[in-house]
Design a protein around this ligand. Sequence first.
Ligand SMILES: Cc1ncc(COP(=O)(O)O)c(C=O)c1O
Length: 448
Amino acid sequence: MKPDNDGAGTGREGLSTGLSNFWMPFTDNRGFKAEPRLLASAEGMYYRTPEGRQVLDGTAGLWCVNAGHGRREIVEAIGRQAATLDFGPTFQLGHPQAFELAEALAALMPAGLDRIFFTNSGSESADTALKMALAYHRANGESGRTRLIGRERGYHGTNMGGTSVGGIGGNRRSFGAQVWGVDHLAATLRPEAAFTRGQPDSNEDMAGELERLVALHGPETIAAVIVEPVACSTGVLVPPRGYLERLREITARHGILLIFDEVITAFGRLGAPTAAEYFGIAPDILTMAKGLTNAAVPMGAVAARRFVYDRIVDAAPPGIEFFHGYTYSGHPLAAAAGLATLSVYRQDELFARAAGLSSYWQQAVHRLQGARHVVDIRNLGLIAGIELAPRPDAPGKRAFEIFHRCFDDGLLIRVTGDIIALSPPLIVSEAQIDEIVDRIGVMLKVVD
Ligand SMILES: Cc1ncc(COP(=O)(O)O)c(C=O)c1O
């Protein structure tokens, strides 16, 4: 195909092709292709554009490159594995790396969550977790438990199950057809908690709403409740103190499985291996992806409590017990990347590092309180959401302009609606934290 142009001075440097064929995900394709912004390489805390500009990574890519870019140990492990066993099926066969990684992950999970199923993404992890819950209840003789409960403003990826339990209007409305029998809890954000540092206190029993849904539908119809411990993708919604504890208590009382979607929060984002450990609450099923391989090879995983696994396996007649899986479940390259990543996290003590930095992070991001347009700032661990007032007739446009201008100025942020979401790699320095906040501060002054 003929290149759209030679690229000089247009943001297309380094491209020898046109832009039309790649139907880009979650992208304003028309806007991007008119004014592309490309990445060429990455190392440590920085991306580099094809023109050679450095871009400080304030978002760990897409909440996933927790150990920083281009980690030699991970790159080499992938290369070695590719040269040794490029692919090996895990249907009725196996290879050592998948078992080793499962054992290493089980050791990182809260006690009891030690049965690990591999997927290739967060979306697949969410749908796998939901199917596990359905299969568990069937195996348990409660096949009426088919209802799934999610939460408004929750994000569980883009497969059918995850889209259905997710609570993002745009994602759901575009498709119409959804998994039947889903209901949603309300989102936990309250205007009176604006500018809370860490978890807000609340006198309201927000999780008590689950009791209402249980009374409405009947506990015997409900298979699982799925929530992100901290809802990140829709703008960093930190649950009030006591909320997750109450969800755990209500689900346990009614025999409903509790699923924590930790695709973002696992692997140190809150300064602990998992949010479950950070909050001291053990779900029945926990989903992961992103930081599992430092995003170097796609991989997701689902950790299930042993009783979930045992029930499904024991109830099945001899043969395959759980009719689910992916060609690439436990792919050798991903498993090698995962093992190397866990070893980097361990050697560099990155989870403890994130915990140690979290109060500096909190102080820094809250310096933007009082800045133009800012109506709320929320944070936990090494995550922050900076919510801006929308332009009266153009919601999302203000933050999107800031996103573009920050990138052109050498800083990668993420925006969702009019919320700036930040999640730097856990190797970020204090000086880089200041730089992220200062650069955003400048943009808030110049962007109307
Ligand atoms: C909590 C959560 N679940 C699931 C997903 C989907 O992950 P993926 O894009 O790898 O399918 C995401 C992605 O951001 C997420 O944040």
